[in-house]
Design a protein. Structure first.
Length: 159
């Protein structure tokens, strides 16, 4: 219900910040959020969301903060995040799986990215590691302590 209200309000007011953590929301992440064109901050931490990160969110061209940690979301970490002006990405403690997209290496203003306690695997892309030399990133966490899930030579903390 609250998400329907947000969608309605977005057509009448400028909404640039949604912070709905620790509310016990259930169901899939709402694709309709992608219609809130001025959205800069989206935080749904610690709820019961399932499903994937909707492709419709790729139209959030002002989004710089995405926090969906501690949910049961699945699928892959979307490559489209690398086309948004992301500063903060927190998808830890989810069921996201697969490889980490190399497109995230395009995020020159990225400051922190939390990828631990997921089912992500493979190598941390060199494009992301290079952000420590060329960008603003200072925190990068992943499941890299045993090198069986993610191989990461540039992570600031391995779990």
């Amino acid at each position: 219900m609250i998400l329907l209200l947000l969608a309605f309000l977005s057509f009448h007011y400028i909404i640039d910040f949604i912070r709905l953590e620790n509310n016990g929301f259930k169901g899939t992440l709402p694709a309709s959020i992608g219609a809130i064109s001025n959205l800069e901050w989206l935080q749904f931490d610690n709820n019961g969301f399932t499903g994937t990160i909707p492709n419709e969110w790729s139209s959030l061209t002002r989004l710089h903060t995405l926090r969906v940690s501690h949910n049961d979301i699945t699928g892959q970490l979307p490559a489209f995040l690398g086309n948004l002006p992301m500063i903060h990405i927190s998808v830890d403690n989810t069921k996201l799986a697969g490889d980490i997209p190399t497109t995230l290496g395009q995020l020159s203003v990225l400051r922190d990215m939390y990828l631990q306690v997921t089912d992500l695997q493979g190598n941390m892309p060199d494009e992301i590691c290079k952000l420590f030399e060329t960008g603003d990133i200072t925190i990068l966490t992943a499941d890299c302590s045993n090198k069986e899930e993610i191989v990461c030579d540039c992570c600031t903390k391995c779990f």
